[in-house]
Design a protein around this ligand. Structure first.
Ligand code: WQD
Length: 365
């Protein structure tokens, strides 16, 4: 039976127009939540000026679910605007996705990342506290583990030995959340450490559409498969792994989405200061293995060149996901072929992402 743990509750979703945020919003609406989504469009396609006011990704979310949601264009650095939103709505809980996340860019512009990820989060936490809202799910990342000392990696593995600024912002925010929940027992927080989110909603209506350059492997591979890029550059073929290429734990974005509903449900039932869970499949997959499955599932050719390692890359990372299964009753369901197939459907149905979407061009009455 569908989890209706959100019935009668209102959840604020920061970064709601983005890749993970829009997919989670589908599951939140289906679980009965009233959703208020915020976004500043730093990495998502904005609403059309003459449109319905909703960005295309969230218009599609309404199409998929047949339910309505509330949207505000809001930068979390604009604390006054954020306060207004908390004054206008009775918000029961928050999921905080909003952040910038390009690893390479974070090394070039550290202050942009500390401002956008840390200061924004401090604003959000202060406004939540001022309005007595203490239930928070935070979007964290396995990147906080740095280079794993042992695999599969559990939540008790040391964190902080992070090689990039983006990952450090996630690590610092986890530290802030531990400190505020130690200082004030009203906080009831779950941090979810994602492994590598890939795939798209099975309808193909929403998917990953970065407004920045494609850096993550699946969007890049899809561009090569579409013929928009000549080949995939594989960063490193001499790692100590099954075939010399990097190993990661790829997880379907809809599995991540259900993980967030399970985390909120836990917060409503069981108040503890802070808990941290891995959201992964527990399976490590190499770049070459992923490429072969993607080619087979999409019946495409993906030419590649094996080049030098990418700075800051870790060799191998995959989750021990048993704690989320035990305490949240959550386990990943989608297979790697499904991740590739769902991403490919999104890609082929939306070759220009949301830019060509009808809603964006035709003004809504
Ligand atoms: C995956 C594998 C690359 C591109 C990052 C962040 C993480 C999260 C996900 C935000 C690696 C290889 C990639 C390419 C390649 N981001 N690769 N050629 O670096 O594991 O994780 O994105 O939440 O926090 O750290 O993801 O997709 O860039 O790389 O060979 O063109 O694919 O070396 O082994 P990564 P990725």
């Amino acid at each position: 039976a569908r989890d209706m743990s959100g019935a009668g509750l209102t959840v604020l979703v920061t970064g709601g127009a983005g890749y993970i945020g829009s997919h989670c919003t589908v599951e939140l609406l289906q679980a009965g939540y009233a959703v208020i989504a915020l976004d500043n469009f730093v990495n998502s396609v904005p609403s059309a000026p003459s449109g319905s006011g909703l960005p295309p990704s969230l218009q599609r979310v309404q199409l998929i679910t047949g339910k309505e949601l509330t949207f505000y264009e809001c930068d979390l650095l604009d604390k006054t605007r954020l306060q207004q939103i908390f004054q206008e709505h009775k918000i029961d809980c928050v999921i905080h996705f909003a952040a910038i996340k390009a690893v390479g860019e974070s090394m070039q512009f550290p202050l942009l990342y500390y401002k956008n990820n840390l200061i924004a989060t401090i604003n959000l936490l202060e406004v939540m506290e001022a309005h007595n809202v203490y239930q928070l799910v935070f979007s964290s990342s396995c990147t906080v583990y740095g280079n794993p000392e042992s695999l599969p990696i559990t939540e008790s593995h040391p964190t902080g030995d992070v090689t990039n600024v983006y990952g450090r912002t996630k690590h610092f925010i986890e530290g802030m959340l531990k400190d505020i929940s130690a200082a004030n027992s009203k906080w009831n927080i779950i941090a979810l450490r994602y492994f590598n989110p890939v795939g798209a909603h099975p309808t193909g209506l929403i998917g990953e559409d970065p407004t920045k350059e494609f850096t993550n492997i699946m969007p890049y591979m899809a561009q090569v498969a579409m013929g928009n890029k000549p080949h995939l550059t594989i960063f490193g073929g001499d790692y100590d792994t099954v075939d010399g290429t990097g190993v990661r734990d790829y997880i379907h974005v809809m599995d991540l989405a259900s993980g967030h509903v399970a985390a909120l449900s836990k917060l409503h039932k069981d108040h503890q200061r802070i808990r941290i869970y891995n959201l992964g499949t527990g399976k490590g997959v190499s770049v070459l293995q992923l490429l072969k499955i993607f080619e087979a599932v999409t019946d495409t050719e993906i030419p590649f060149k094996i080049c030098s390692r990418r700075d800051g890359d870790i060799v191998s990372m995959y989750a021990n996901a048993s704690l989320a299964e035990k305490e949240l009753g959550w386990k990943s369901q989608f297979t790697l072929p499904q991740m590739c197939k769902d991403f490919w459907r999104w890609q082929t149905m939306n070759p220009d992402g949301y830019r060509s979407s009808v809603e964006n061009s035709v003004s809504r009455k």
